[in-house]
Design a protein around this ligand. Structure first.
Ligand code: PMP
Length: 391
């Protein structure tokens, strides 16, 4: 018998098919709003100057590529913790950290830990969300529950709907929350709603699993962490998945962190030991090049200043695209209140197809657009073409 004959075909990645269609299109004014990476005005995804400089330093100073250990670069973990949790850290919590291959690795490791710790716990995902979340948690065998996070009518987060749905969650269930720059809607909770959600989760003993993949690309480094910090102020235990892919432009280098926070030191040690053992059985050691690059940036004053500037440039450009669209027509106004790279337009798959065929505008069927795909030359044309469709 063939070892693979019983496997089921898996759905192809829709974004990859879109990239191929875009590449094959010969229209000079085609617009790519599909793939989820930052782009500058010229349509490139550059290596930020701070990263280039740190890589040069790394190349000169690195004298060994011997293993660092399963937990990764401990100094990097400390530096990132300061960025994420603030200088006051998180009083009341003990912290365990493991460096992971990207934010995806952090989510995967956290999911495996939760599934091992409590096999009957469910994971709650808001919809729409990042499709990989369902894939990752589903692969650990965790039962996935969903709730309507987003109201397409108002193009805002549906906070009441969120609380109502989470009322059905059982103590010990985990709730995945995107900390800022929500993929794919760009929406966020207000700080007051974050506070309310924080108490709600703590009262019901639901475990927040916060995904922070875009720190600095919404309202700035500190503000983008406020929702997360508000959750941590209430919850005795939490998981945080962090990605350096977007804010350091390090995508393919795979830099991420999983933190577990807990108020009991002995139990946290158990969690740490299991995180390390699960990571050992999965990738053994995380990749180092990108991680060492981020560490050098964060520990070198001049490079950190440069990085803050690099990040601000990306953030300001995204914010410029948003405000241009928001003021182009009242129907686009909600985009101005959203943050980050993505928005989901209230249009049907048929409209998405028509936009592609008739106008050379490429986006996935969900209507998610990456605003970084627009520039000074294309933005007015895009707004004009979209107008009849989103009315
Ligand atoms: N979370 C969200 C919401 C994301 O959009 C992404 C990247 N698309 C990630 C996590 C993980 O990214 P990576 O694994 O590339 O660091």
């Amino acid at each position: 018998p063939s070892p693979f004959s019983s496997l089921q075909p898996q759905p192809a990645d829709a974004l990859l098919a879109l990239i191929a269609m875009y590449a094959a299109d010969t229209r000079p004014d085609k617009i790519d709003l599909g793939i989820g990476v930052y782009r500058d005005e010229a349509g490139n995804t550059p290596v930020p100057p701070s990263v280039k400089a740190a890589e040069r330093l790394l190349l000169e100073s690195q004298d060994s590529k011997s293993y660092l250990g399963t937990e990764g670069d401990m100094r990097l973990l400390d530096l990132l913790a300061q960025l994420v949790f603030g200088p006051a850290a998180t009083p009341g919590h003990h912290l365990a950290a493991v460096q992971t291959p990207g934010g995806t690795g952090a989510l995967r490791l956290g999911a495996a830990l939760l599934a091992r710790a409590n096999p009957s716990a469910q994971i709650w995902l808001g919809t729409p969300g990042w499709p990989n979340h369902a894939l990752i948690f589903g692969n650990t065998g965790m039962p996935v529950r969903t709730w309507r996070y987003y109201d397409p009518q108002s193009m805002r987060a549906d906070f009441e709907g969120t609380l109502e749905a989470l009322n059905q969650a059982q103590p010990g269930d985990a709730v995945l929350l995107q900390a800022c720059c929500h993929n794919p809607t760009g929406t966020s909770l207000t700080l007051r709603q974050w506070d309310e959600l924080a108490s709600f989760l703590a009262e019901r003993r639901l475990i927040p699993f916060v995904d922070l993949a875009y720190q600095g690309l919404g309202d700035g480094l500190e503000k983008d962490a406020e929702g997360l910090r508000s959750i941590l102020a209430e919850s005795p235990s939490a998981l945080v998945a962090y990605s350096c892919s977007k804010n350091f432009g390090l995508y393919r280098e795979r830099v991420g962190v999983l933190w577990v926070l807990h108020n009991d030191a002995h139990e946290l040690d158990l969690a740490r030991g299991n995180m390390v053992s699960l990571a050992r059985a999965t990738w053994s050691m995380p990749p180092d090049h990108g991680a060492a690059t981020v560490r050098i940036i964060l520990e070198t004053e001049a490079l950190k200043a440069q990085w803050v500037q690099d990040l601000e440039e990306m953030r300001a450009r995204l914010s410029w695209v948003r405000s241009e669209l928001a003021t182009a027509h009242p129907e686009f106004a909600p985009l101005g209140d959203q943050r980050g790279m993505f928005s989901t337009l209230p249009i049907s798959p048929a409209t998405v197809r028509e936009l592609r065929e008739k106008h050379g505008i490429f986006m996935p069927e969900s209507g998610r657009i990456n605003l970084a795909g627009l520039n000074r030359h294309s933005i007015d044309r895009f707004a004009a073409i979209m107008l009849p469709y989103i009315r």
